[in-house]
Ligand binder design. Structure first.
Ligand SMILES: Cc1cc2nc3c(=O)[nH]c(=O)nc-3n(C[C@H](O)[C@H](O)[C@H](O)COP(=O)(O)O)c2cc1C
Length: 178
């Protein structure tokens, strides 16, 4: 299978990118092809709602890094969203990328892909994960995508701390068992 992994942290050696690495390690061991896109280090303009794309009937006005991501998304079986929790939601750079899905909305709906969510939060409070999970499920429902798994890493202090938890194994096994 082809898998597109979209990460949402500027911290290349941070906690959510560590879980993305573990997911990818498992997926590659299972023979899957990976395309990785770091939303925090990409040139992706904000959707301005100009509707020039007609919500998927014409190309977006912007010719930026989303063009390459789009080609990979439309060729993928699985989309993985990886994000730190920022103010109870996904990072703004990941959201910015998802907003640009607007220009390929009908194509994504037709594909009926599977999707995965990996999030990391500092607060050791289960309830903090609820807004991101609800938002993720709403996006999946809109795009006719099925949920293939969620890893919510909770109460994470650092990468060293994360390595002592079960979350890296959960991310690895999600990839390995796809
Ligand atoms: C702007 C900002 C907002 C944050 N908001 C939350 C939050 O609402 N809840 C929480 O538990 N952690 C919050 N955090 C902590 C991060 O989710 C946490 O440090 C995470 O591990 C960072 O991921 P990274 O290492 O992949 O960058 C926030 C951090 C930043 C920088």
């Amino acid at each position: 299978m082809k898998i597109t992994v979209i990460t949402g942290s500027a911290r290349k050696n941070g906690t959510s990118n560590y879980l993305a690495d573990e997911f990818i390690r498992g997926a590659k061991e299972n023979g899957h092809e990976i395309y990785r896109f770091n939303s925090a280090h990409a040139d992706v303009k904000n959707c301005i709602g100009c509707n020039a794309c007609g919500m998927g009937t014409k190309p977006c006005i912007y010719k930026d890094d989303f063009v390459e991501l789009k080609e990979n998304l439309l060729d993928s079986d699985v989309i993985v969203f990886v994000t730190p929790i920022y103010y109870f939601g996904m990072s703004s750079t990941l959201k910015k990328v998802i907003d640009r899905f607007y220009s390929i909305d009908p194509q994504l709906k037709e594909m009926q892909n599977k999707s995965i969510l990996i999030s990391v939060q500092h607060a050791p409070v289960e309830a903090v994960k609820e807004p991101i999970n609800a938002h993720y499920q709403a996006i999946l429902s809109w795009l006719n995508m099925g949920n293939a798994g969620i890893v919510n890493a909770i109460g994470i202090e650092s990468v060293e701390h994360l390595k002592q938890t079960e979350y890296p194994k959960q991310a690895y096994e999600l990839g390995k068992n796809l």
